[in-house]
Design a binder for this molecule. Structure first.
Ligand code: AMP
Ligand code: ZN
Length: 679
């Protein structure tokens, strides 16, 4: 006869294993992370009370492993542990209570509180101050050897101590977390977008994928960061006793900092657990403004000897615990789908949800990205859907709860006609998105005007979306160029416009005519052309006319612009409708020339350069800036039109091609001489 507990444990095992399968294999979870955690914790508690109920197929026995066949294995000098979770202040208090029972009566406990960085664990070994090995956590005993990849991370010192000449420890094994800072992740996605490539969704998974690249050049091209927070082994002199060399966690962190490691910021010591509990609301409120994503906090017993004395349960040290923030996911019915039309005509379906409260915010809509996303996840109208809010980003739909369907759910299909202008909706061949192709679709025009005048674009003060709407409704503007033809009488005739306000707006419009060329280009709202790419275009062509007549081949020559984006840009400028608007704006006196014209008379003016290999002193960017500052152009590939190829160490095929084509090859000094002569 099974006891109730045994039956419940078996039931939990079955449920959890099924959810693990749905989540990891089918990518179609039917419960939220928190519901999963609740079941998991119930099983952990049951197994804790009745160890005889632990079976080999229990999900609690699944020692998290991220080993892959692509890398050689590294044995860690000590087990790389995980952390037990606390979901409430009660859990934290119970944790302290359990620890107290294991320690001598009256032992005083102080704590270090650290952010729980949401990345992946690495273990890095230094011998005589040199980085010799880096491994993933793997299964806690063995890890993947990712030394070449970790070497590309700029915050990881290749030699310690970074400053001063104190002798390095004979051997030091440190542990930390590899992640993308939020701004680096955004920059990475901007680059993807500029190149017309798909965006990364989640910084953690992207960090993990980046650290496990077989080709470390790919890792190097993505800006990972690593924070180090623990010493696993320190056998400088064997008598000192490995990792318990420091009395306290905070002294250990001071040591890491002195060696030149990047330490998790915001780590503090608190004299009691109550002090920590007092900090939790502030942390939760402030998590969105941290430079990295965190999934909770880690509370560590500050006294490292006491922590060692407390020992380990399973794979969790007793001396530390992860406090997980409350739910950022929720389940709610999908009531409807509305369609937004953007300035490029792209349709974005938006989920209309039964309002639901997620970590301090009521969410009533969430993006569904595009109709392929809806089809891929088989999201249906009337479904219970799982919503996630992470950081300050817009809430998104993770997927439907298929088990909750009752047969009333209906399929969601893309509209056949634009909800704003009734034109037919098209899906270009091979494209994921659907578009309204009508160039005069009022919604498209509104969105592009709204963008054109906004702060990040032409920055026309006093012309918010409402004014744009009012001007459109009055028939005064139908495109960007009309803005520059507005007259004072027309404005005064409008509601809400007095003489003063009208004058101010016209002054702001006048000022906008003088914006630099790059800013003007960025304001056109061409897909993939933000400030950076617009800057390259302005630098390269110097004049809008040159860009208007540019073939994709001329655009692709610019370092950083790929084939897809080049085609897109050339296509945009070739479009009759766009050309008409641009020509109207030129007549209205809008600036269309770059400020920094190639300096006539200098030796680099009109000359085209290609850079390859590593130069002894200048970085690639510095060399490019130097050339551009003297009127030259920098392009990415060598052709007959290239004037000079600047070659550094380990130059690639570009140098060979230059030799074949008989193009002048310069080293860094020769480049500098060329510039000096030209002054
Ligand atoms: P979990 O992945 O939920 O089991 O949590 C344990 C993981 O948290 C560890 O494997 C570490 O990679 C990670 N972690 C992030 N920040 C810290 C920190 N400040 N101290 C300890 N572990 C951390
Ligand atoms: Zn339309």
């Amino acid at each position: 006869m099974l006891t109730d507990d045994a039956r419940r444990a078996a039931d939990l095992r079955r449920q959890l294993n099924e959810h693990i399968y749905r989540y990891h294999v089918q990518h179609a979870p039917v419960i939220t992370d928190d519901e999963y955690d609740a079941l998991y914790n119930e099983l952990v508690a049951l197994e804790g009370q009745h160890p005889e109920l632990v079976t080999p197929d229990s999900p609690t026995q699944r020692a998290g492993s991220d080993l892959s066949e692509d890398f050689p294995k590294v044995a860690h000098p000590a087990p790389i542990l995980s952390l037990a979770n606390a979901f409430s202040t009660d859990d934290l208090l119970a944790w302290e209570e359990r620890n107290r029972k294991l320690l001598a009566a009256g032992t005083s406990l102080d704590y270090v509180l650290e952010p729980k960085l949401d990345g992946l664990s690495v273990v890095i070994t230094y011998e005589d101050g040199m980085l010799v090995r880096a491994a993933t956590r793997g299964n806690g005993t063995l890890g993947d050897d990712v030394t070449a990849n970790v070497r590309t991370i700029h915050t990881v010192p290749l030699r310690i101590p970074v400053e001063g000449d104190a002798p390095p420890p004979r051997r030091l094994v440190v542990r930390g977390e590899v992640l993308f800072l939020k701004r680096d992740f955004e920059a990475l996605n901007q680059r993807q977008q500029a190149e017309g490539l798909p965006l990364y969704i989640n910084p953690r998974n992207t960090a993990s994928g980046t650290l496990k690249q077989k080709d470390s050049r790919i890792t190097a091209s993505r800006p990972l960061t690593a924070y180090l927070y623990d010493v696993i082994d320190h056998s400088a002199d064997d008598t000192a006793g490995g990792a318990v060399r420091w009395d306290t966690e905070s002294e250990m962190l001071d040591f890491l900092r002195a060696m030149g490691f990047y330490i998790p910021p915001e780590s503090h010591i608190y004299p009691t657990l109550s002090h920590i509990i007092q900090q939790l609301p502030d942390w939760e409120a402030g998590r969105d403004s941290l430079p990295f994503e965190i999934d909770g906090l880690v509370v560590k017993v500050n006294d490292r000897r006491l922590a060692a004395e407390l020992g380990v349960v399973g794979k969790d040290p007793r001396g530390a615990i992860a406090y997980k923030f409350p739910a950022q996911t929720a389940t709610t019915p999908l009531r409807g789908v509305t369609v937004n039309v953007g300035r490029t005509g792209k349709l974005t379906p938006t989920a209309q949800l039964e309002p639901v409260f997620i970590s301090g915010v009521t969410v009533s809509n969430a993006t569904l990205h595009n109709y392929k996303f809806i089809a891929d996840l088989d999201i249906r109208l009337g479904d219970q859907v799982i919503i996630k809010r992470s950081g300050d980003v817009i809430p998104y739909v993770i997927g439907p709860v298929t088990a909750a369907r009752d047969g009333t759910q209906t399929a969601i299909t893309p509209p056949t006609h634009c909800p704003f202008c009734e034109s037919a909706i098209i899906q270009p061949e091979g494209a994921v998105d659907h578009f309204c192709a009508n160039p005069t679709c009022p919604e498209k025009v509104f969105r592009s005007l709204e963008f054109f005048v906004s702060k990040g674009a032409m920055d026309i003060d006093g012309m918010g979306p409402q004014t744009v709407k009012a001007l459109m409704d009055a028939g005064l503007i139908t495109d960007e160029a009309d803005i520059f033809a507005l007259e004072i009488e027309q404005l005064i005739a409008l509601e809400r416009f007095g003489q003063k306000k009208a004058e101010n707006l016209l002054n702001a419009i006048e000022a906008a005519k003088k914006r630099p060329l790059w800013q003007f280009i960025a304001s056109m709202g061409i897909e993939g052309v933000g400030a950076t790419v617009a800057g390259w275009l302005a630098d390269h062509f110097g004049d809008l006319d040159a860009l208007l007549h540019a073939e994709p081949e001329a655009i692709i020559n610019i370092e950083g612009i790929g084939a897809v984006l080049a085609d897109n840009i050339a296509g945009w400028f070739a479009d009759e409708h766009h050309r008409r608007i641009l020509s109207k704006m030129r007549q209205a006196g809008v600036n269309m020339r770059a400020e920094r014209q190639p300096q006539a008379g200098t030796q680099l003016a009109g000359k085209t350069f290609v850079l390859t290999g590593t130069l002894p002193n200048l970085t690639r960017q510095q060399a490019a800036d130097l050339i551009k500052a003297h009127g030259g152009r920098v392009v990415s590939s060598v052709s007959k039109k290239t004037d000079f190829v600047v070659v550094g160490e380990s130059a690639g095929s570009k140098a060979d091609k230059a030799a074949q084509l008989n193009i002048t090859i310069l080293n860094e000094d020769e480049l500098k001489n060329l510039i000096d002569r030209s002054q």
